[in-house]
Design a protein around this ligand. Structure first.
Ligand code: SF4
Length: 190
């Protein structure tokens, strides 16, 4: 039994960030042995290359837009429809680990800009993919990679994905001992 978790692909799976780099996370690296990860990069999937010009979320009439200022592109519709199709196509999953602060994958701390061509930040919001994940799967454990460095947040996240995976695989709730045994195994690098 392995929990099945969608993860932002740039975290320990591929150097697919806008600058051609990846994101290091010791926790994700060590959990690879114990979790069936489904790595996914929404920006690459909608056809933006690696490396690419950065994208940002901006305030606009009628709502926020996802734009690529250097190319003067509005990616909102492409991203929204692709994310919708991707989430629809997923098998039953147990959780998500998403890259913090990304305009696509961020969960709540992504910068919201006043416009495409000015540096003014007017707030913090979720990225387009992160927001869609939260809306579609309100019952699932969803964390960013930075929060998982915190032991109590990580333990809570692991408990939830293990418990969901046990129910998915066996049709039964795992006992407290089953869940603790899995967490002990997962955390055995300590
Ligand atoms: S944060 Fe998301 S969109 Fe950005 S590189 Fe990572 S996986 Fe791709």
């Amino acid at each position: 039994m392995k929990p099945r978790v969608v993860v932002s692909k740039c975290i320990e799976f591929e150097n697919c960030r806008w600058d051609g780099l990846g994101v290091s996370s010791e926790i994700v690296r060590k959990l690879k042995e114990h979790i069936e990860f489904l790595p996914f990069c929404p920006e690459v999937e909608i056809g933006l290359g690696v490396p690419r010009n950065p994208i940002r979320i901006v305030v606009a009439e009628g709502g926020h837009r996802l734009v690529q200022p250097a190319a003067e592109r509005d990616l909102t519709d492409d991203m929204s429809s692709f994310v919708e199709r991707f989430l629809e196509s997923l098998p039953e999953i147990d959780g998500f680990i998403l890259k913090s602060r990304s305009p696509s994958c961020g969960l709540e701390e992504t910068k919201l800009y006043a416009s495409a061509d000015k540096p003014d930040v007017v707030g913090k919001v979720a990225g387009f993919f992160g927001r869609a994940v939260r809306e579609r799967f309100p019952e699932l454990p969803i964390e960013n990679e930075e929060h998982l460095d915190d032991l109590s947040i990580r333990k809570h996240f692991l408990e939830k994905i293990i418990s969901r995976a046990l129910r998915r695989e066996t049709g039964e709730e795992g006992s407290r001992k089953d869940i603790d045994d899995y967490i002990y195994k997962m955390e055995s690098w300590k």
